[in-house]
Design a binder for this molecule. Structure first.
Ligand code: 9Z3
Length: 319
């Protein structure tokens, strides 16, 4: 294995997160409090899910002017977080800064100010036509935050993302089978290792840019084998070629010992996914644009997770 593709050297050379101690303390407190909390659905402990969401960037310079990015908006992760909270899970939402957020999906990108009216010189209010939807979102969001069941952790680069995932997974190891990883983030496959990256802005005077990218270490293996061996793990597989999608999803399932792989195609990922698990393939389609595909995905995963907890605890523990 080349050093850049080895997980240990990835973490040894990655620029450390600024406030590691404080972030770990927040995750530990969240996990300890929620895992000792009875489930709001009755019977058993509250389950904890780590939802990853949005795309990771690959910086090309240490003092970063340019970076490689991908298309992910974070909508799937944000919507899934809402449905996990509704199902009684505590959620650690590891998300790309500036990407779609839970309970804010309805907010328009480019006409945000159309939501407000100036009523008097010192007062601004939400326009009548949007009051219901904003009130509902504030209510649901406040319930999650005040109830302590939502922890939001932002990342931008592949370096930040993988360090956060490692921290969360390590802190969640005590939760065992009641823990779930729902890895919807679109994670870069290739990157420039920090120690071989240009320090300053790459200059154009040198002519065309010739750059070799290394492979990002296969962290799904590390997650399963070292960080979270007993958690319920769901990874996503995105392809553009329908001929290879299911085969690649099944490969990920067995190679990385995932419990479930959610397979989707770039052209149809908002309308349809295939849930691949041992010996089973379930296609889920949404019937209309008003429906969230994620509602159906989470319902199905919640059931599979219950079975997993039951089988992992020999049916002794309540789930
Ligand atoms: C997905 O496949 C997600 O469903 C989407 C969601 C990124 C398509 P949006 O954020 O899109 O709602 O706009 N995520 C995983 C993509 C990925 O990077 N998978 C890797 C792979 O396919 C495995 S970790 O190799």
């Amino acid at each position: 294995m080349v050093a850049a593709e080895d997980p240990e050297s990835f973490f040894a050379t990655a620029p450390p997160l600024g406030d590691t101690g404080a972030v770990v303390a927040r995750i530990q407190e969240f996990v300890a409090r929620n895992s000792s909390h009875p489930s709001s659905e009755g019977g058993g402990r509250r389950r904890i899910v780590c939802v990853t969401s949005g795309g990771t960037t690959v910086p090309l310079e240490q003092r970063c002017v340019r970076y490689i990015d991908n298309f992910s908006s974070g909508h799937r992760g944000a919507a899934s977080t809402e449905y996990f909270l509704k199902a009684g899970y505590a959620v650690i939402f590891v998300h790309r800064r500036g990407s779609c957020q839970p309970f804010c999906r309805f907010l328009p990108d480019d006409s945000f100010l159309n939501f407000f009216d100036v009523t008097t010189e010192s007062k601004v209010q939400v326009v009548e036509s949007h009051t219901t939807v904003v009130k509902k979102a504030i209510g649901e969001y406040s319930k999650a935050i005040e109830g302590g069941s939502l922890l939001k952790l932002p990342f931008t680069t592949i370096f930040e993302y993988l360090q956060l995932l490692k921290m969360v997974a390590t802190c969640m190891s005590s939760v065992g089978p009641h823990g779930m990883f729902y890895l919807a983030a679109a994670v870069s496959d290739f990157y420039v290792p920090w120690d071989s990256m240009a320090k300053h802005k790459i200059q154009s005077a040198g002519g065309p840019l010739d750059m070799k990218l290394s492979q990002v270490p296969k962290m799904l293996s590390v997650l399963r084998n070292q960080w979270a061996p007993t958690a319920f793990c769901i990874s996503f597989k995105l392809e553009t070629d329908s001929d290879i999608l299911i085969q690649k999803a099944e490969m990920a399932l067995s190679k990385y010992k995932m419990n479930v792989v959610v397979a989707n195609l770039l052209a149809t990922y908002k309308e349809e996914v295939v849930i691949v698990s041992n010996g089973e393939r379930n296609t889920i389609r949404r019937c209309s644009e008003d429906e969230d595909l994620e509602e159906h995905i989470i319902k199905l995963l919640e059931k599979s997770h219950s079975k997993y907890i039951y089988s992992s605890t020999d049916g002794c523990a309540k789930n």
